[in-house]
Design a protein around this ligand. Structure first.
Ligand code: ZN
Length: 85
């Protein structure tokens, strides 16, 4: 199964960062159009299976987009039963 991080997505018209540059080089937190980092506002996290996303708005240029995350693993497993076969 392909790592969704490396699915090639086209850079939308008007954007200065491609979706890959935004995620892998910037780690998000930058408007992909005007490249401001200080005027971003995120909405609540929505979850669907292994993906979740949050709609971000850049208050400087009024662009909106979704930051999309993918489940990698579970962690901090704490069993509540003594007998596990
Ligand atoms: Zn912007």
């Amino acid at each position: 199964m392909a790592n969704p991080l490396f699915i090639d997505r086209e850079t939308p018209a008007g954007a200065s960062l491609s979706p890959q540059e935004y995620a892998l080089e910037q780690g998000g937190a930058m408007c992909p159009v005007c490249e401001r980092t200080d005027m971003l506002e995120g909405g609540s996290i929505e979850v669907d299976g292994i993906h979740c996303w949050s709609t971000i708005v850049c208050l400087a240029c009024e662009t909106t987009w979704d930051d999309v995350y993918t489940l990698n693993y579970y962690d901090n497993l704490e069993l509540q039963i003594d007998d596990v076969d």
